[in-house]
Design a protein around this ligand. Structure first.
Ligand code: HEC
Ligand code: HEC
Length: 326
């Protein structure tokens, strides 16, 4: 077993550890659904095994096996004619630990709810975020979850030159999302798939949504094949989008509308684009900013905004941002 697969294996047992220790203040506990872990410590759904078949996705002639799509040094490129050529750090990365950015953020930058949609974000913003994650100025509440563990290996070994190439590529792409927001009271029961992202529980069933956001792929197979265009649904509480819009316009406790910094339609300004961003990603960031885990050169600009936000406020703001077209 190579060191990285050992890490993945070990992660299966330790990923949920932080939830077991009581947080200092109840409101600072990370909401498990936002971090794509199951709250009760139930074991993850094991990753599907490859039967060797050539698989495809809609609107693509490309065929790949499941194993090929899991290659950490090759971004699965299902729609090769619809984006500029990927630079090496995005397409291949560099052995042994600098996995391809496109592995997680996909060839067209959409990523998934467990990572982030980085298509069309500003080049300087992308660079600064990776540098701040590398220096640990930007941290996150549940850092043992699989995508974060693997990402940390990448960020510890990526060079500034590679980062500049990757940032230029992702910022050159059109900001695009395949996420839709659905207001509801009831959602599928979910499980963590291979400790990476949430999926409908294999045993089926539904449960009340309550004050949560459940963000899952519509078609787990297609999402697992890392198709940039795999549709995702964010199930949000009823009335959440309108409530979020009102909060965004009033600026919450800080009284400065989000659009002042995040631009008209939240398409990006001095702060990054939030429109069409994954709702659970937005909740994670608001939570990490509020609890002081995400710091960095410009994170202070969010301090007054997050100070008084409650979890239901974060849910509403995230539902609203996710519902906007990027
Ligand atoms: C193993 C998966 C993985 C790989 C490979 C990866 N990332 Fe990420 N990336 C993530 C995850 C997960 C997050 C979200 C962190 C969070 O939820 O707090 C993220 C977040 C980001 C963000 C922050 C987005 C924002 O809006 O602030 C940027 C920028 C980014 N990654 C760029 C890159 C670049 C550039 C590379 C290649 C050098 C890369 N990533 C490789 C998983 C990955
Ligand atoms: C005074 C300016 C300002 C205001 C007002 C503001 N933001 Fe921000 N926001 C920023 C900046 C700057 C960043 C980038 C921080 C960094 O570089 O780490 C940011 C980052 C964020 C992020 C993380 C984005 C990502 O891609 O990782 C979220 C989410 C966010 N803001 C939501 C909001 C919401 C919701 C509101 C309104 C309730 C709001 N912000 C109001 C300036 C602002």
């Amino acid at each position: 077993m190579n060191p990285s697969s050992f890490l993945l294996f070990a992660c299966g047992f330790i990923c949920l550890a932080p939830l077991a220790s009581a947080p200092a203040r109840a409101q600072d506990a990370p909401p498990p659904w936002a971090y794509h872990i199951t709250p009760d410590g139930s074991p993850p759904v094991p990753a599907r095994t490859d039967d060797g078949s050539q698989r495809g996705v809609p609107d693509s002639e490309v065929r790949m096996t499941l194993t090929q799509t899991r290659d950490r040094f090759l971004a699965s490129d299902w729609h090769p004619t619809s984006h500029p050529a990927m630079p090496e750090p995005v397409l291949h990365g560099r052995k042994p630990n600098t996995y391809a950015c496109g592995l997680c953020h996909r060839a067209e930058g959409q990523g998934g709810p467990e990572s982030a949609n980085i298509s069309g974000l500003g080049k300087d913003y992308i660079l600064r975020q990776v540098q701040e994650m590398r220096s640990h100025a930007r941290q996150t509440a549940v850092d043992q979850r699989l995508p974060i563990v693997v990402k940390s290996q990448v960020f510890n070994s990526v060079t500034d030159e590679e980062l500049i190439e990757a940032a230029a590529y992702f910022s050159s792409l059109p900001a695009r999302t395949y996420l839709k927001v659905v207001e509801t009271d009831v959602v599928p029961k979910t499980a963590a798939y291979s400790n990476g992202f949430l999926v409908p529980a294999p045993e089926g069933g539904t449960e009340p949504l309550g004050q949560r956001i459940i963000e899952i792929p519509d078609d787990v197979n297609r999402f697992e094949l890392r198709d940039s265009r795999a549709p995702i649904t964010a199930f949000v509480p009823r009335g959440g989008v309108a409530r979020g819009r009102a909060l965004a316009e009033s600026g919450g406790g800080a009284g400065v509308p989000c659009a002042t910094c995040h631009g008209e339609g939240l398409k990006g300004g001095i702060g990054p684009r939030l429109a069409g961003q994954y709702a659970t990603y937005v909740v994670r960031q608001l939570h990490d900013l509020k609890t002081g885990r995400r710091k960095g050169e410009q994170a202070g600009q969010m301090a007054a905004t997050v100070e008084k936000l409650t979890l239901p406020d974060m849910i509403a703001l995230a539902a609203y941002a996710a519902s906007l077209s990027p």
